[in-house]
Write a protein that binds this ligand. Structure first.
Ligand SMILES: NC(=O)c1ccc[n+]([C@@H]2O[C@H](COP(=O)([O-])OP(=O)(O)OC[C@H]3O[C@@H](n4cnc5c(N)ncnc54)[C@H](OP(=O)(O)O)[C@@H]3O)[C@@H](O)[C@H]2O)c1
Length: 386
């Protein structure tokens, strides 16, 4: 029996890596649904290539174009938010959640509520609705498999162990493109410099998050919800070579690490085939050639986003939602050249300080906090430009 797969965010970096693996093993996987935001040509090409039965474009204004591109293929074209839910909750057994940002939350939740196995790359979904999603997964018998390389590494290092034997999690971080930059250099950073990650090839938003180290902050919150450990038992360790993808320390002092080349096809393949393993074309580690592995503590002065994220996790309530929404809008503004790199963390800090939302009790409330925070942040950025 082939596994039926829906790929949400099929045109992105994770989507493309997933397709590469799936297309290498046609005897194991069948792509049934694919989605994108606006990139209608790439989506139609993927749908044709994979013989998917449903292709969804989130941008409703591209609906007609998608339908025309898919004429004669047998693939149904659909558009809009409701159609994204159809892709997530439809016939797939395994849903690859690779939409970027909080926009990916409703389809992820739909997949969880229909009891699917969800390979979760979309970290913003767990950051903004972690408790709701973990509860829903238990209630509906859904399985969440982490795709983020750090969480996937921890998941592998935890295999077969008892929760009471774990003393802490150690999330590794490359430190991003500005790890050794001065405050002045960071202040003058351009979007092109910020997205040029030293080790990983990723989408623009996560690349900027890696440069500010907000990515590691979001991953800290993600790890808290996925593995149920409090902030003080999740450490962050800078490891520039990105060979160790994260570690678990046990009560006896043993530390287990997962190593591999920095290729997202390794953690994606683990989620695709779990509990089995899949062969991948990822480069094999040559530790003798790498020769050394370095580690250092993160610098919270040059990378204040990490402190903000840990603060939001400890504060709880709606703080992670506000952190995420403010960060998404600040990163988009930075990529459009409207704010400086260091203003990203300033904007997030101000949003956190001025927010007074209660903890969200439903996905609708999560989406409302997200919308209201974006609106407030956009208004405040506009006011400060005048
Ligand atoms: N890339 C990595 O190596 C990596 C590693 C770990 C975790 N992640 C996480 O995985 C997620 C995806 O990252 P990525 O790097 O693959 O991003 P990406 O390359 O920017 O791709 C994002 C995908 O989501 C779609 N999309 C964007 N906005 C959308 C919206 N509002 N509604 C519906 N679909 C939307 C895009 O469609 P269009 O092409 O039409 O814009 C694209 O298919 C993120 O949450 C990221 O943090 C990524």
């Amino acid at each position: 029996m082939r596994r039926k797969i829906a790929i949400l965010g099929a045109t992105g970096s994770i989507g493309t890596s997933t397709l590469d693996l799936v297309e290498r093993s046609p005897e194991r996987f069948e792509v049934v649904a694919v989605t994108a935001a606006t990139n209608v040509e790439a989506l139609a090409e993927i749908a044709r290539r994979t013989n998917a039965r449903l292709a969804v474009i989130a941008d409703e204004s591209r609906s007609q174009e998608l339908a025309e591109l898919l004429v004669g293929t047998g693939c149904r074209a659909a558009a809009g938010k409701e159609a994204l839910l159809d892709a997530a909750g439809g016939e797939a057994d395994l849903v690859i959640a690779a939409i970027v940002g909080c926009a990916g939350l409703p389809p992820v939740m739909c997949a969880v509520e229909t009891g699917k196995t969800v390979a979760l790359a979309n970290k913003e979904a767990l950051v903004t609705a972690g408790a709701l999603m973990m509860d829903a997964a238990i209630a509906h018998g859904a399985t969440l498999l982490p795709v983020d390389s750090e969480h996937n590494a921890i998941f592998q290092c935890l295999a077969g162990s008892r929760a009471e034997d774990v003393s802490k999690l150690i999330l590794t971080a490359s430190g991003g493109p500005f790890r050794t930059a001065s405050i002045d250099e960071i202040n003058a950073a351009t979007p092109a410099e910020a997205v040029a990650h030293p080790n990983w090839s990723m989408g623009a938003k996560i690349s900027v998050d890696s440069a500010t180290m907000m990515n590691k902050g979001l991953e800290l919150i993600e790890a808290h919800y996925l593995f149920g450990l409090p902030s003080e038992r999740i450490d962050i360790l800078v490891h520039p070579q990105s060979v160790i993808h994260s570690m678990v320390e046990y009560v006896d002092g043993s530390v287990l690490a997962q190593l591999g080349s920095p290729d997202m096809r390794i953690p994606i393949s683990y989620a695709l085939a779990w509990p089995e393993r899949l062969e991948t074309p990822a480069e094999r580690l040559d530790l003798a050639a790498i020769a050394r592995l370095d580690f250092e503590a993160p610098d919270l002065t040059r990378f204040p986003a990490l402190r903000l994220a840990r603060g939001a996790l400890i504060e709880g309530g709606a703080a992670p939602n506000v952190l995420n929404a403010a960060n998404e809008i600040a990163v988009a503004s930075f990529l459009e050249g409207r704010i400086r790199f260091t203003e990203i963390a300033d904007i997030v800090r101000e949003a956190l300080e001025s927010s007074n939302f209660s903890a969200p009790r439903s996905i609708d409330e999560v989406m409302e906090i997200d919308r209201a925070t974006r609106q407030r942040v956009a208004a405040s950025m506009k006011a400060s430009c005048h």
